[in-house]
Design a protein. Structure first.
Length: 469
């Protein structure tokens, strides 16, 4: 993505929109018995107004260019109401104010008559049994998550019965809906599942681990009462390497490092008894090591590239592997140095493997790097999309935040300031933005912290962060 940087010299030659000092947006929001949102306008110095109402997901549900506001939502829930004031010297936008209100619509799902509740138990065969004790609801969604909140299964039933494939801790969430299908609320809980259907005392897995002379992991089986077994080998991050269904284990490994080995024992009926795991360090280096030693440094390039500089000694060929979170492979290179541009920001793990003159593996080294393709120069100059460069200053900000546009935006532009939880703090809408225009936001009453500016138009969506001090 081409980066267009805003020249500092622009600040000295473009005009500042001072219309904010000429009017003040002030609103009051209330509701009546029918669930109507009533907006009172106490603004000063403005000649025109825009009301905008958002639902809890920041979707626009209503807008009007009126002095007062009357709007009846279809469903109950939390709504954000914003009043944009226009006027002052230029007649353009001068101030915005927003607030939130919970609206109870008769028949729209009040929440008080729709309350999800459940209990979780383990069934005799290792099932997750969810017993629904909700009140006031007519339909439900169950979601079962494994570790890390990976979805295992979903069900739209009153009660839940799900049999996991492996033991572990599972998170279960129940969502309840009212008679109109409106969301009421959700509850979540955890349960540990043990699918062991035997007594355990008659089938006990046990093992010892040792390293072979050629980089093998050797597992000696000392289990009692079992008739069949399964060995599983993982890397130190529990990424699967191999499995064997033998009594003992002898498996050659290609790379030196820490490995986790698990042995599962089964009884005479093939029922799972239990599992045991242990760790071992394996040196799979078949060379002297001293003559072939991998080394590298990682840096971020000017365009968000991962730059790997190879400083290995004694090696003649190399493999680079780039992993995203969870050690998912995103790139492999067989070059001396590395240059790879990720598609998104984040933390990446990079491993360099070195080979000697005979092509034998010597060793591997790994390191991590955080990539941020957001180009920030001179305290707030930032990149934009579609050749539109936007300046944000000062950063950190104390009282007033300035957005500078160095090219015209002829379509409607929406600017929203939110905190790190997504809560809207300020809002403005512009029918267009002139070349060199500066838009100011009053930050005096904003707490210290990190915030985002969301700029949305037909030219694209831009999100930038700044700090309030």
């Amino acid at each position: 993505m081409k980066k267009v940087l805003l020249s500092i010299a622009l600040v000295g030659i473009i005009g500042v929109n001072n219309s904010w000092s000429q009017c003040n947006s002030v609103l009051t929001v209330s509701t009546d018995s029918s669930g109507t949102i009533v907006g009172g306008n106490n603004s000063t110095g403005a000649s025109n107004y825009d009301w905008v109402i958002y639902d809890n997901g920041f979707n626009t549900v209503y807008s009007a260019s009126t002095a007062a506001l009357y709007y009846t939502p279809q469903v109950s829930g939390m709504y954000s109401v914003c009043l944009n004031a226009y006027g002052g010297i230029t007649g353009g936008w001068c101030d915005s104010a927003c607030t939130s209100i919970y609206i109870t619509v008769p028949g729209g799902g009040t929440g008080t008559t729709c309350d999800p509740a459940m209990t979780l138990t383990e069934g005799p065969n290792g099932e997750i049994i969810g017993t629904n004790s909700s009140t006031g609801a007519t339909s439900y969604d169950w979601v079962v998550y494994s570790g890390g909140f990976n979805v295992e299964t979903t069900a739209s039933t009153t009660d839940l019965s799900y049999t996991p494939q492996i033991d572990g801790t599972y998170d279960v969430c129940l969502t309840a809906y009212d008679t109109l299908g409106n969301w009421c609320d959700s509850v979540c809980s955890s349960i540990a599942i043990n699918t062991d259907t035997t007594t355990g005392t008659t089938c006990t897995p046990d093992m010892t681990l040792s390293a072979g002379s050629k980089g093998e992991v050797i597992g000696t089986n000392m289990s009692t009462g079992a008739t069949s077994y399964e060995w599983i080998i993982y890397t130190s991050g529990f990424n699967f390497i191999a499995s064997e269904t033998t009594t003992d284990l002898n498996f050659p490994l290609l790379f030196s490092g820490e490995y986790d080995v698990c042995l599962t024992a089964y009884d005479s009926l093939g029922n799972w008894c239990d599992s045991t795991c242990s760790s071992i360090y394996i040196n799979a280096d078949t060379t002297t090591g001293a003559a072939c030693d991998p080394a590298m440094t990682l840096t971020e390039g000017p365009n968000g590239e991962i730059i790997g500089t190879n400083s290995s000694t004694g090696a003649t060929s190399y493999d680079w592997v780039v992993y995203s979170g969870g050690f998912n492979v995103v790139a492999i290179e067989n070059t001396t140095d590395l240059s790879y541009t990720p598609q998104m920001d984040g933390t990446y793990d990079v491993c360099l493997t070195a080979y000697d003159t005979l092509g034998n593996w010597c060793d591997s080294v790994c390191s991590s790097i955080v990539i941020s393709t957001d180009t920030v120069i001179f305290s707030g100059l930032i990149e934009g999309y579609n050749a539109t460069s936007i300046g944000l200053y000062p950063n950190p900000v104390k009282d007033r935040l300035n957005l500078v546009f160095d090219s015209e935006m002829s379509s409607k532009v929406t600017i929203i300031i939110v905190d790190m939880l997504g809560k809207q703090l300020n809002y403005s809408v512009h029918s267009s933005i002139a070349d060199g225009e500066i838009i100011e936001f009053n930050m005096n009453n904003v707490p210290i912290g990190v915030y985002s500016v969301i700029i949305n138009s037909e030219e694209g969506l831009t999100i930038r962060r700044f700090t309030k001090e």
